[in-house]
Design a binder for this molecule. Structure first.
Ligand SMILES: Cc1ncc(COP(=O)(O)O)c(C=O)c1O
Length: 389
């Protein structure tokens, strides 16, 4: 039997492959330190879980409107308006089961086969995968360590042209922890105006920033008409398994996304959406506590990785990932990631899981305790010392 190009052109994801490998090793009795995982290790805040339990008990177990419950579609745009200083409401907003289906559906809503889509590289693999599935052409924007993994705006100017239909930005970024500045966003906006393209801004790590406040392209006057602003509950509120994302788009696109939702999943889990309302409008103490921990872990992992022979590690400005340069070890990224997992039981990802410009790097997630981070670093140090003998 034959399969479509659309499905065959979708790619897998390194993080899920490594997770499957780790589960197998754990079933065989190996102890694994998980530094590959892209999710907070904290529990979902209690008040949020209780709101969803209450919703179940109240019988909120039926279909909701396709775009989301009335309460969630009020809470989400209010949150976006407040955090980005923008004027948006329910008619610009739709709730979906996670940020991933939002990336998929908004790309589907705006890109045709043959169009060019500029994607960050190294970058979250879904952008390129969906671009390929649509039959469009992914143009990699090389994010460089010497530029703090931000966009080199001069280089970006060389990549965009009249065929560019979309530029994807992800700030704070997975996998590098890089963060775009207000000035970067201004240049991006001006290019988008000049060449008339969409900007898909995956802002899922918007609350996980360290030294500078988060900046959204949506805050630039005039930018909303060509921006797709995506955020969600997974990372900020440790709710990856709940599957909740939301997006702010021009009203016309929201209508298309409704039709997508109707044809694809009907609606997002109704009682889970009570968690959006409680999360976004309730107390934020748990988010603050989580950030205190992330800050401590960032210090521990950056310091520790820089002490490993052949590693140099940049201090990330956002998210909970570090992307150390490992070229001086003499190993290729995948080779070293495999060796670390097999010999020490520490799981991390090869930089190449995030595109060709990830060669020479590894990605570690610091969604794990300082104790485990320090243990992992000691094990890697010992392993590399042994291979030298
Ligand atoms: C940049 C980025 N976007 C989207 C997602 C997926 O988010 P969700 O769990 O809401 O589908 C992730 C998860 O790792 C991510 O890192």
């Amino acid at each position: 039997m034959k399969y479509s190009n659309a499905i065959q052109n979708l790619a897998g994801e390194g993080a899920f492959e490594v997770l499957a490998k780790c589960k197998k090793m754990e079933a065989e009795g190996r102890e694994i330190i998980h530094l590959q995982i892209g999710e907070p290790d904290f529990d979902t805040p209690k008040n949020i879980s209780e709101a969803a339990i209450k919703a179940i008990k109240n019988g909120e177990t039926h279909y909701s409107p396709s775009g989301g419950t009335i309460a969630a579609r009020k809470a989400a745009p209010e949150y976006m308006a407040k955090t980005r200083n923008i004027d948006v409401g329910p008619k610009h907003t739709i709730i979906m089961p996670g940020v991933k289906p939002i990336i998929y559906s908004t790309m589907m809503a705006t890109i045709n086969p043959g169009d060019e889509v500029v994607v960050p590289n190294p970058g979250y693999p879904t952008y390129e995968s969906v671009t390929n599935s649509i039959g469009a052409k992914a143009i990699p924007m090389h994010l460089k360590e010497e530029k703090d993994f931000r966009f080199d705006t001069e280089e970006l100017k060389q990549l965009v042209n009249k065929n560019t239909k979309m530029l994807v930005i992800n700030s704070p970024q997975n996998p590098t922890g890089g963060v775009l500045t207000k000035e970067d966003l201004q240049v991006i906006y001006e290019l988008a105006e000049e060449y008339d393209f969409w900007v898909l801004a995956d802002e899922i790590y918007s609350r996980i920033v360290y030294d500078h406040p988060f900046q959204s392209i949506g805050s630039i006057p005039g930018a909303l008409k060509r921006s797709i602003l995506i955020d969600g509950m997974s990372k900020t509120y440790a709710m990856t398994g709940w599957r909740l994302g939301f997006v702010v788009v021009p009203e016309e696109m929201a209508k298309y996304l409704f039709t997508f939702a109707i044809n694809n999943f009907s609606c997002t889990n109704t009682f889970a959406q009570a968690g959006i309302v409680e999360g976004l409008t309730g107390p934020q103490d748990d988010v603050d506590k989580m950030m205190v921990q992330f800050k401590l872990r960032r210090e521990a992992i950056v310091k520790g990785l820089n002490e490993i022979d052949g590693f140099t590690c940049h201090k990330p400005q956002g998210a909970f990932y570090v992307f150390p340069n490992i070229t001086k070890t003499g190993y290729k990224s995948q080779e070293l990631a495999d060796m670390i997992l097999e010999e020490t039981g520490v799981a991390c990802l090869a930089g190449t899981c995030f595109g060709k410009f990830g060669e020479g790097y590894l990605r570690f997630s610091y969604a794990n305790s300082v104790e485990n981070i320090e243990k992992a670093i000691k094990l890697i140090k010992e392993m590399l010392a042994k291979t030298k003998d």
